[in-house]
Design a protein around this ligand. Structure first.
Ligand SMILES: *Cc1c(COP(=O)(O)O)cnc(C)c1O
Length: 306
């Protein structure tokens, strides 16, 4: 059973108190051991829709370390759906921990070239894999659709109920931007949603705008910080790794190097730069992603302390 509302903990640190800001961490990583963080939020209404539509199979997409594939595979196992994962790139000779987990959950994997991953649409895949259109629900990469926004839009009210007030700023890591868009929608014009892009470039601003518009949400109280990608998706440097390990040692909270590590680094850096006035109340969403640490450590030699 999911742990909801997910706990909120206050993060104490001399740097934060010296700038007179308070910071709370919404522990969505604790919602479910395998359907973790924002992936649980994004799947919630998609799974409801799958049930309503009588789907027996979930088809979705992701990279070889994808938190979305892991969450979808686990959800399939728990709620009784067949799951099919289209994985970007060649099948590696030795499967990483994420891929092994997908297989353990019973997900059927298809490794496809980067070009067909990019160029084929959902209908092409259904046809190619001989999946019935009627019983198969297709979830986009990262689960980013309007039902996902709906799930994430529940976060602000949940936080307000738990804390008894609405923090001034909500921070979230951005991959597709659906989580940020959902939080912004849920804020309904109050406070502010700030996204930290883990990808290089500023296209996320357009993507979040497009998503909000597509889902008929008019909110404008959000922005995306684009300077904390550390070289791009799944790239990192020593400073980031040190920050993650120190945060874990001091706060007893694990962060992953792909999303939440960059997010928290950005929040601390922004506070340090004086981006928030005295008395500011900041809420950071721990969006999960901790399953990725094992694969990261296997690949890069145990950099993240566990
Ligand atoms: C997928 C993921 C994100 C990105 O969420 P989007 O809605 O795609 O922006 C952020 N954090 C973690 C831990 C994730 O797994």
């Amino acid at each position: 059973m999911p742990v909801l509302p997910s706990p909120i903990v206050e993060i104490s640190d001399s740097m934060l108190s010296s700038h007179s800001v308070r910071l709370w961490l919404k522990r969505d990583d604790l919602i479910h051991p395998h359907i973790s963080g924002n992936k649980w939020r994004k799947l919630k209404y998609n799974l409801e829709a799958a049930q309503r539509q009588g789907c027996h199979t979930l088809l979705t997409f992701g990279g070889a370390y994808s938190n979305h594939l892991a969450a979808t595979a686990a959800a399939g196992r728990e709620y009784g759906y067949q799951t099919v994962g289209i994985v970007r790139g060649e099948r590696p000779a030795k499967l990483n921990p994420t891929l092994r987990f997908l297989l353990e959950c019973g997900m059927e994997l298809h490794f496809v070239s980067r070009s067909s991953y990019r160029n084929q649409g959902p209908d092409d895949w259904l046809q190619q894999l001989n999946l019935p259109v009627a019983g198969t629900c297709v979830l986009p990469e990262g689960g980013a659709n309007c039902l996902a926004l709906m799930g994430c839009a529940e976060i602000p009210a949940e936080v307000e109920e738990q804390l008894g007030f609405l923090p001034d700023v909500f921070f979230a890591a951005c991959g597709t931007g659906a989580t940020l868009a959902g939080i912004a929608a849920g804020l309904k014009g109050r406070s502010r949603a700030m996204g930290v892009s883990v990808l290089k470039g500023d296209f996320l601003r357009r993507e979040v705008s497009a998503l909000l518009q597509h889902c008929d949400e008019k909110t404008k109280n959000w922005e995306v910080l684009t300077e904390y990608h550390f070289g791009g998706y799944a790239r990192f440097d020593d400073a980031l790794i040190r920050f993650i390990n120190r945060f874990r040692a001091r706060q007893q909270v694990a962060l992953d190097p792909v999303y939440t590590g960059k997010l928290m680094y950005a929040v601390f850096d922004q506070v340090q730069q004086g981006a928030f006035p005295e008395g500011s109340q900041i809420l950071v969403l721990h969006s999960g992603g901790l399953q990725g640490i094992a694969g990261f450590n296997e690949r890069f030699g145990g950099l993240i302390e566990v």
